[in-house]
Design a protein around this ligand. Sequence first.
Ligand code: AMP
Ligand code: ZN
Ligand code: FE
Ligand code: FE
Length: 280
Amino acid sequence: MAVDLHIHSTVSDGTRTPEEIVATAVQRGLYAISITDHDHVAGVAPAQRAAGGDLLVLPGVEVSTDLRDAEVHILGYLVDCHNEPLLAKLAEVRARRVRRAREMVKRLNSLGVSLDYARVAQIAGEGSVGRPHLARALLDQGVVGSQAEAFRRFLRRGGPAYVPRYKLSPAEAIALIGQASGVAVLAHPGLCRDDEAVREVLQLGIGGLEAYHTDHTDFQTEKYLRMADERGLLVTGGSDSHGPGGPIPVGVGSVDVPDAAADALVMWAKDNGGHIMAIG
Ligand code: AMP
Ligand code: ZN
Ligand code: FE
Ligand code: FE
């Protein structure tokens, strides 16, 4: 068995619905997953309904924060998916994502690329809109030959159509997750600017480290496992799968994460009042 605690669905910029992700996870014999959409918890309940008793689906969300000029992603596990302040803040962040995506379309237009925001909105659907949706729209319109090219030419951080988006500070995100009864975990620390930044965020009250991640080398995984052990932090991990058809396809369950990671989260919930179920 294995677990995958970092997966994106169509509720944000993934290409598969929560139900499809559950079906894949069950088919691959996974023990537990978490749907961790950007700024949205709406995928958790449908995934839990689809899972029935076949798979443990833990509540999750991924929040991007700014630490000075660097981006730091924070995962919120075991949150109460009905917590009003959490839902209100995530809704505000998503509304700002829409404004930012419109801004990026304008930039593309001024670069001579003809693209309508309506097309992007159609691709994004109800979910939180992000650059992958713009990349898909650009591919659709034949402006680029691949989504990777869309990022390379236009959308990458600092690229000609890039607009930074509104982000919470790490402290705000950690507080938001905490008041919703969840535990804040530093996502893919290996992608943080450096370990100084990692240590700085840890001091703000992070409860766990995502030691296992698609983009981590074995060396990094070992390093973050040690760091978590030294500080008594939870260890999590996942594929960060966005589904097939994205710029960087990674499969659900493709990173080796021990079952103990999910068990420790369940224990944490029992000991600290975290939420395991989003449905009643
Ligand atoms: P956003 O939250 O709108 O800034 O978009 C971030 C998402 O875009 C990430 O979660 C990745 O899925 C994707 N992404 C970011 N940079 C790249 C890149 N250089 N190539 C492909 N996908 C990327
Ligand atoms: Zn994403
Ligand atoms: Fe991330
Ligand atoms: Fe992610």
